[in-house]
Design a protein around this ligand. Structure first.
Ligand SMILES: NC(=O)c1ccc[n+]([C@@H]2O[C@H](COP(=O)([O-])OP(=O)(O)OC[C@H]3O[C@@H](n4cnc5c(N)ncnc54)[C@H](O)[C@@H]3O)[C@@H](O)[C@H]2O)c1
Length: 255
């Protein structure tokens, strides 16, 4: 790679924390940032990743719902490396509603994990980014569900929509410290969260594919590439924005 491109897309010496890094999209983001030269702390509830990972990712065990525990992950990383440059708020859950009695419980669980915890993580990381004075980047993983209505998932839609708007608010507060806050809204990316639906709900799969401009599901590396861009110097004039990595789902028109 030329020195020019290395300056734009390289992360040598930088320190990144990626939540939900044990599998799926989070693992791909952690591996990609490490490949690009960052020291990556991969946060997972179980510290044992269930897929192979590249060198450069150190796994730590933490439930992001525990704000104090996540703060300690950040302060430990800062003490060890003397800086913190990137937070990727990737960890998230989808709780299906099976009966009417489940509705409020599912809503509360998703607001707690997919919205509130992302805010507490952003506070913990950005306080240290401010202290280091090197600027920084926060990338929040939202969803196509933040812009499109989906049946039977009000909690997920509310949490992810809230997270998108939280990012804009944080971009305002953190911009003076050169800390940028952006979102990635993935469409349908095949991971353990949804792989089963390819065979258990073939009608839904076919309806979905028909709606996508690119007529295929996405891969985890395609979200990781967008995260690398938003966290890198190449993305240095973007803040408060959202990249839809969705095969054209968000903006498909008539035709
Ligand atoms: N896969 C998709 O099609 C898709 C689409 C849109 C958005 N997303 C979002 O992308 C992100 C990653 O999804 P994925 O498909 O890789 O899912 P996944 O279930 O494969 O991975 C989610 C990861 O988050 C971790 N996690 C969940 N709650 C946690 C907590 N409280 N503390 C620590 N870790 C926790 C899980 O252990 C897991 O490692 C999620 O925020 C999800 O909502 C996924």
């Amino acid at each position: 790679m030329s020195a020019f491109l290395d300056n734009l897309f390289g992360f040598n010496g930088q320190v990144a924390i990626v939540t939900g890094a044990s599998r799926g999209i989070g693992a791909a983001i952690a591996d990609t940032l490490a490949e690009a030269g960052a020291h990556v702390i991969g946060v997972a509830r179980s510290a044992k990743p269930d897929q192979a990972s590249v060198a450069g990712v150190t796994y730590v065990s933490c439930d992001i719902a525990d704000a104090d525990a996540f703060k300690k992950v950040c302060t430990d990383a800062f003490a060890r490396h003397g800086r913190l440059d990137i937070l990727v708020n990737n960890a998230g859950i989808f709780v299906p509603i099976k009966t009417d009695d489940d509705r409020i419980k599912a809503f509360d669980a998703m607001i707690a994990a997919d919205l509130r915890a992302c805010y507490t993580c952003a506070i913990a990381a950005s306080d240290l980014m401010k202290k280091a004075g090197n600027g920084g980047a926060i990338v929040n993983i939202t969803s196509i569900g933040a812009v499109r209505g989906f049946a039977n998932m009000p909690g997920y839609a509310a949490a992810k929509g809230g997270l998108e708007h939280l990012s804009r608010a944080l971009a305002m507060d953190l911009g003076p410290h050169n800390i940028r806050v952006n979102n990635i809204a993935p469409g349908y990316i095949i991971t353990s969260m949804n792989r089963h639906t390819l065979t258990t709900d073939t009608a839904g799969r076919d309806r979905r594919l028909a709606r996508l401009i690119l007529k295929r599901h996405g891969d985890t590396w395609e979200v990781a590439a967008a995260a690398l861009f938003l966290a890198s110097k190449a993305g240095s004039y973007l803040t408060g924005d959202t990249l839809h990595v969705d095969g054209g789902w968000a903006w498909q028109g008539m035709g």
